[in-house]
Design a protein. Structure first.
Length: 116
């Protein structure tokens, strides 16, 4: 391949990359403006966006509840040296923590549902 052909090919790729970056940049600018408009104006889209944020935060809080369940299971697995009363007390304690988390999550969900 001659030197001129290499330069043409390089110039072509430079143009393709430049146009692609320009289009993606405009797309991100448009998305930022769209999200700004949705979050700052009182509209149906804004309500949907805010409810989506609440649902996502509830999903992540449910992961922490799942972690506490996993920890409770791991700590209540009896070994040969533990007696059954200690295991039963540990299970009751873990269940009360899990139930308290579920009540809080349900109360939050009910409050956000009634606010609509």
């Amino acid at each position: 391949m001659s030197e001129i052909e290499k330069k043409k090919k390089m110039l072509l790729w430079f143009g393709v990359v430049t146009v692609t970056v320009f289009i993606i940049g405009l797309w991100f600018l448009n998305m930022r403006t769209l999200v700004y408009d949705v979050t700052k104006k009182k509209s149906a889209e804004g309500d949907i966006y805010r409810s989506m944020e609440q649902e996502v935060s509830q999903i992540f809080s449910s992961f922490s509840i799942q972690d506490s369940i996993d920890n409770a299971i791991a700590t209540t697995t009896p070994t040969s040296s533990e007696n059954s009363e200690a295991v039963e007390a540990n299970i009751k304690k873990s269940l009360s923590v899990i139930a308290a988390g579920a009540v809080t999550t349900t109360a939050t969900t009910t409050a956000s549902s009634s606010a609509r």
